[in-house]
Design a protein around this ligand. Sequence first.
Ligand code: NAD
Ligand code: MG
Length: 362
Amino acid sequence: MRELKVDLGERSYPIYIGEGLLQETGVMFLKHGIGTKSPVLLVTDETAGELYLRKVEDALAKSGYRTGSFIVKAGERSKSLSVLEDAVTAALEAGLDRHSAVVALGGGVVGDLAGFVAATYMRGIKFVQIPTTILAHDSSVGGKVAVNHPLAKNIIGAFHQPEFVLYDTATLKTLPEREVRAGLSEVIKHGLIWNAEFVDWCEIHAEKLLSLDPESLEYALYEGCRVKSIVVSQDERENGLRAILNLGHTIGHALEAVAGYGELLHGEAIAIGMVGSARLAAKLGHPEEIHAVTKRIFMKYGLPTSIPSHLDTEAILGAMMHDKKFVEGTMVFIIPTAIGTVEINKNVSTALVREIVEELKE
Ligand code: NAD
Ligand code: MG
């Protein structure tokens, strides 16, 4: 097992990463001083719930905890205000009080929803994350929790840090292969923004990671969480540095929006976005090698590196500027200046971005 501390002063918390940790849930609750008198609400989705809810319930019961559960449909639509209301109903019915904890058992959807329940129920109660996707290494660090509004994603939210994160790598074995690749895209992103050696390591260990070798996974998730936690510790409320976590996301989000949510997974869209940012870097005078390495690594992970040709360039640019009638000008972009280092460039011309989008078409 590896342990990592997310350093946020009074709100600091540990992340435990290892194989078979679900069985330790109750023991970890006790270790973190969560009282056994108040009931715990387990929030999960149908898929993760079917696979792992029983195990977590049993582990908590063994340590003397009473639990209730709330199971949502899998998918982004469950991050909604109406599902939030149902979750609060479940919390009330289970008898949760100020000393209770809400547990997220699942991917980022469940994490964001359950975290927002914990942040708002009785003005905030304890929260524990048990992530079961690779992508959730990202959402389990940083304390951003939210639900969506029909007009905007993650627009109703809060900052609410968990008591601890329990990451059982054994749960990842049941993930569909496409989710594995897409999750690893964010892991590699953490290397690209911060740690060149880790990028090398990811390239060398691609096969091991894709086959979910426990030791390799443990290290990769540790390093991904570590980078994110360093960045978040320096900028908890997103006033500056935290923006570098958005490498590949300007193009990526636009592609997700234009393709229709679902055609491209988030991790796939940002892989294309990161290749685009590397191309931009070359046009801005940074080493060509950045693009070669970035593209090579995503190809190695079987992730897309070009924009599906049926997507309209102007629609993509419009989505990037959140405006269908955008004006030509400049925009903010996270640009790699070397492998493992990025800069926030506030002055990238839309004309150059258009050129890159065209070049990225397959
Ligand atoms: P997800 O939670 O929808 O999980 C992806 C799919 O995998 C779902 O169908 C789920 O049912 C299934 N699944 C989960 N665990 C499984 C397992 N062990 N075995 C088999 N199937 C399993 O999506 P995600 O990719 O984990 O997260 C995406 C969400 O995270 C988005 O809503 C995004 O906004 C959010 N997010 C939040 C932050 C943050 O900082 N809070 C950061 C990144 C992403
Ligand atoms: Mg992301």
